[in-house]
Design a protein around this ligand. Structure first.
Ligand code: PGA
Length: 256
């Protein structure tokens, strides 16, 4: 099952996530990271920024991208990841990939899958979760085995993301996203969620039925998952006390 870590706030979560990423990049400068955009990873990036780490050889594969924004649009996930991660942490831009960037949209999914495979697969995939239960942009109804492909965005997701655009009409209707099957192939999944608005999705993902109706529930089938949530996002979990107990009573060899 997933290791669930319940923390005070997003800053504490960011510290723990950054510790895990730091350990990976110190062990292997050519690490392959699965990257997420959105608000959730921001405290992780902030924590990493003060550590003097060398990310110049690290490879990155972003989960998803809008379809239909003009190149260079400030809210494209290419722009977002450059602004929030690549530039501040010193990644090499050409080693950080976003789906749909090159070639034609018809073959972009397959091209991205091939690129991930050529890199040797993703060592750690960072994940946020949407209120719909999506990871990446895999909305309810997504095949649990899906691969990178073009999808329509759910109305809820467009409304949630409208805060980044001038109006709801400006939010793209489509995206290209790693599939649930793609995400499952990463060697370690690290899912972060903050705030009560995410409580239902988190409870479903960690403790509910594994179902395409709550795409994040696919993580229950993965052998190595860490879920870091604040009290609000944890508030729907039935077994919160058990997770706290298990975390506080790890053997020394289980730590770090
Ligand atoms: P957020 O989005 O990090 O901005 O909350 C997460 C998601 O929709 O996957």
């Amino acid at each position: 099952m997933a290791e669930v870590v319940i923390v005070r706030d997003a800053d504490e979560a960011g510290e723990i996530a950054a510790d895990m990423i730091e350990a990976l990049v110190r062990r292997n400068p050519d690490v392959v990271l699965g990257l997420a955009t959105g608000s959730t990873p921001l405290t992780t990036w902030a924590s990493l920024a003060g550590r003097g780490l060398d990310f110049s050889r690290a490879r990155g594969f972003v989960l998803d991208e809008y379809v239909g924004l003009e190149p260079g649009h400030p809210e494209s996930y290419r722009s977002v990841i450059d602004r929030e991660l690549v530039i501040p942490l010193g990644f090499s831009p050409e080693l950080v990939h976003v789906p749909g960037e090159n070639g034609t949209i018809e073959t972009a999914g397959e091209d991205y899958e091939n690129a991930i495979e050529r890199a040797g697969g993703v060592d750690m995939q960072l994940l946020g979760i949407g209120r719909t239960g999506h990871i990446g942009f895999n909305e309810p109804g997504s095949s649990l085995a899906s691969r990178t492909r073009v999808k329509a965005l759910a109305e809820q997701t467009r409304r949630d993301n409208a805060r980044f655009f001038d109006s709801l009409d400006d939010v793209p209707t489509h995206c290209i996203t790693q599939g649930l099957g793609t995400i499952q192939r990463a060697r370690h999944l690290l899912l972060l969620a903050f705030g009560e608005a995410k409580a239902r999705a988190v409870a479903g993902a960690v403790e509910g039925a594994v179902t395409a109706s709550l795409p994040a529930s696919v993580i229950q089938l993965h052998e190595k998952v860490t879920v870091i949530v604040d009290e609000g996002a944890a508030s729907g979990l039935l077994h919160a006390n058990y997770y706290r107990y298990a975390r506080d009573n790890r053997f020394d060899w289980q730590k770090g």
